[in-house]
Design a protein around this ligand. Structure first.
Ligand code: HEM
Length: 456
């Protein structure tokens, strides 16, 4: 691979001497979560591979795009302290203040250590009970729709379900108090309006008063219903013994709401679509569900025994990782193989394109859940598959989301067949188009016709 001798564009050299920047496209481009970047990376990752440099007129420091599992391991795990959160997080900050997803250094470490126990297996097992109830309620709605041969806007349905699940997990029955007080679910707009612009940010931040009211109420009464809010309120710093301030609680609650609903919802949207296109996979999924989680009363351990279902979810996350692009910023100079990473360099990691590299994934465009079945395929390199990122800042909600998604499939998939008869809200001829914003979504809602399984 060629390398650039210094930071000025075009000064390319081969061979020995001081390590330089990697080569890259001649054109200028400012990488960001948008359609232009998505199209550009679709050309450049296959062409330049593991590591390349993109010049930008808007950024003084070089932008490096990293798609090599070894280099990713270095950035995300071995030397992660050298890499702070990068560009793109300013917009997230508008929504989430200094919550765990945007914070860095000591602030982040403290928050992560305090929050991590809340995500234990035992806690998630308890939270799976309301998840079951919410999916059973959805099943009742779908039953009526199937009776009358209707179509479901699966994109919106999954978004609402994801939001409802995370809100119940955070506020438990106090969500009902908020709904009563406000005359409706005050957070509902988050499932309908996915633009996440400044207006949404303002509207969302205005809901702070509700969370702070609940915090004050629980502090006053000492009541701690089992939910994330109570777990956060009772979390203590290991060294000082201090709990979170109201502002910290608010930022973390907001982080869990945003980080916790769109991602799982987006994945389930794709799962239903992919199942509708792959009857062979669907059949194997149904066979497993009938064997491992029959009926309604399966246990949490049974749910966790759904191996093929987990492979289907992983393969969906490989092809359509909701967080398709994320970034870091080098604090100090570093090296990746023979190349130099200057202090201040922007690092871009694009799971969508990493997950489709033929060098890492044979026949990468094919939907094949067996890739993740170790009895059939070689183990997957954990830095080649990073829908949840990896290393120290790996998603804290990865296990929660698998429980949530497996619960949904276990309760809904055996009862309903969803088929693609109208491709999108625009009509049958409109292909499913990706919308690569902060999260990877479908540009238009996917509409699926719902039928009872085994119905005549
Ligand atoms: C399919 C579902 C999900 C996907 C694909 C996903 C993906 C990710 C990714 C890629 C990151 C790392 C971002 C970065 O380092 O720049 C992340 C972080 C995070 N996620 Fe998730 N996520 C999912 C579900 C959830 C859920 C359900 C929750 C909460 C219940 C959650 C909460 C968080 C939090 C708090 C962080 C920040 C962790 C830290 O910085 O220490 N996520 N997620």
């Amino acid at each position: 691979m060629k390398s650039r001798e210094n930071d000025s564009p075009g000064s390319v050299r081969d061979g020995a001497g001081e390590p330089g920047l990697p080569d890259g496209p001649a054109e200028f481009h400012t990488i960001g979560p948008d359609q232009q970047t998505f199209a550009a990376l679709g050309r450049w990752v296959p062409e330049y591979g593991d590591l390349f440099c993109v010049q930008s007129r808007d950024r003084r420091d070089p932008s490096l795009v990293v798609s090599s599992p070894d280099y990713l391991k270095h950035i995300l795990l071995s030397n992660h302290e050298n890499y702070a959160k990068g560009v793109g997080f300013e917009r997230v900050k508008m929504l989430l203040g200094n919550g765990i997803i945007v914070s860095d250094g000591e602030d982040w470490r403290r928050q992560r250590t305090m929050m991590q126990p809340g995500f234990s297996r035992a806690n998630i097992a308890r939270l799976s009970q309301p998840m079951r109830g919410q999916n059973q309620a959805l099943r009742d709605q779908w039953r009526l729709l199937a009776d009358t041969g209707q179509t479901i806007d699966i994109t919106t349905a999954m978004s609402r379900l994801g939001l409802e699940i995370i809100l119940r997990s955070i506020f438990s029955s106090d969500l009902d108090r908020m709904v009563d007080q406000e005359g409706g679910n005050p957070f509902a707009f988050l499932a309908e309006d996915t633009t996440r612009d400044i207006q949404t940010a303002v509207r969302f931040r205005n809901l702070a008063r509700l969370t702070l009211w609940l915090v004050a109420d629980r502090r006053g009464t000492g009541e701690r219903p089992f939910d994330f809010l109570s777990l956060l309120m009772d979390a203590r710093d290991r060294k000082s013994g201090a709990g979170m301030t109201d502002k910290e609680l608010l930022d973390e609650v907001n982080t869990l709401i945003i980080a916790g609903h769109e991602t799982s919802a987006g994945t389930l949207n794709w799962v239903w679509y992919l199942l509708s296109q792959h009857p062979d996979v669907e059949e194997r999924l149904l066979t497993e569900l009938a064997r491992v989680t029959p009926g309604d009363d399966f246990s949490f351990d049974q749910l966790m025994d759904l191996n093929y279902t987990a492979c289907v979810l992983k393969e969906t996350l490989r092809l359509y990782p909701p967080v398709w692009l994320f970034s870091r910023r080098a604090r100090q100079e570093d090296h990746l193989g023979e190349f130099r990473v200057p202090a201040g360099a922007h690092i871009f990691i694009a799971p969508y394109f990493l997950h489709r590299r033929p060098a890492l994934w044979p026949d990468p465009e094919r939907f094949d859940p067996d890739r993740f079945d170790e009895s059939r395929s070689p183990p997957v390199d954990r830095f080649a598959f990073i829908p949840f990122s990896a290393g120290a800042r790996r998603c804290i909600g990865d296990y929660f989301s698998f429980v949530e998604m497996q619960m949904h499939l276990a309760l809904l998939a055996p009862r309903f067949e969803l088929s693609l008869e109208v491709q999108s809200s625009l009509g049958p001829s409109e292909p499913i188009t990706l919308d690569p914003a902060v999260n990877l979504r479908t540009l238009h809602s996917i509409h699926l016709k719902v039928r009872h399984r085994n119905a005549p």
